[in-house]
Design a binder for this molecule. Structure first.
Ligand code: CAA
Length: 258
């Protein structure tokens, strides 16, 4: 792949958008490669968490590629938005948690990419925002929906209507990022979180992600029903037997994902 790197260390996969000359902007090739990388992750049985980050010192992802988009017709713009949305949907449907390590600018499509991840951690140097209205358009990779669901409609409207960029500390205050780390500690922190998740029951983590994701769009009663079903289903796994046996025997559990 030209613009996306996929590396695996233990059970943690790291996907790096690697186009630093364009601040890792998402052109069609990068979107295609990102999709390929995610397909590879799905095929790799022992991956337990995925970290997404950007190459270089400056950017996570500075948005969709403006130069490439500038001449789009409405139908091309629709296909481009669909391609972006597909990636975000794949991320949310992955059975393992995804962590955005926001190491610099996360703007437009880059902020939307982070928003589609389960957990977002940012470097002190990061700047986040949805500046699309400055370009005469609106967010096209799910930002209007995911930002509003995460930080509330009012704050999302403020950020999207003004196109303002906010620093990492402000993003944390809004609940957009979970923690702000010194730049040289960001990846280590994300790996620590990923490794902790990797040590838990894989089916349990997958079900927790699924129930939280799907439940967000349901009534409380329907979400609770989904939770009960998933809870019961897990009692058919080896991991549940092992997890509870290990507790009783006062030893760490050795989960296999079965
Ligand atoms: N698309 C294409 N190229 C981009 C880019 C983008 N989104 N962002 C930065 N670049 C390129 C610049 O054109 C520049 O290339 P050259 O060196 O060849 O001129 C290079 O990256 C470095 O950028 P700057 O010189 O602009 O760096 P800076 O430090 O002065 O500014 C910045 C950094 C504030 C992030 C600025 O680059 C910027 O505002 N970028 C655009 C951000 C943006 O508007 N993103 C939203 C895109 S629209 C979108 O994403 C729609 C959607 O929802 C799907």
């Amino acid at each position: 792949m030209e613009y996306v790197r996929l590396e695996k260390e233990g059970s943690i996969a790291t996907i790096t958008i690697d186009r630093p000359k364009a601040l890792n902007a998402l052109n069609l090739t990068t979107l295609k490669e990102l999709k390929q990388a995610l397909a590879q992750v799905v095929k790799t049985a022992d991956v337990r968490a995925v970290i997404l980050t950007g190459a270089g010192e400056k950017a996570f992802v500075a948005g969709a590629d403006i130069g490439e988009m500038a001449g789009y017709s409405t139908s091309q713009a629709l296909s481009f938005a669909q391609a972006g949305h597909r990636i975000m949907t794949i991320l949310e449907a992955l059975p393992v948690p995804t962590i955005a390590a926001v190491n610099g600018f996360a703007l437009g499509g880059g902020c939307e990419l982070a928003l589609a991840c389960d957990l977002i951690y940012a470097s002190e140097k990061a700047k986040l925002g949805l500046p699309e209205v400055s370009l005469g358009v609106i967010p096209g990779f799910g930002g209007t929906q995911r930002l509003a669901r995460l930080v509330g409609r009012s704050r999302a409207k403020e950020l999207i209507f003004t196109g303002d960029l906010i620093d990492a500390a402000r993003a944390r205050e809004y609940g957009l990022v979970l923690e702000v780390l010194p730049p040289d500690k960001l990846m280590a922190h994300c790996r620590d979180v990923a490794n902790k998740i990797a040590s838990r029951g894989p089916s349990a983590v997958a079900q927790a992600k699924r129930v939280i994701e799907h439940g967000a769009d349901l009534t409380l009663a329907a979400g609770n029903e989904m939770e009960r079903q998933a809870f019961a289903l897990l009692f058919g796994t080896q991991d549940q037997k092992e997890g509870m046996k290990a507790f009783v025997e006062k030893r760490p559990a050795a989960f296999t994902g079965q």
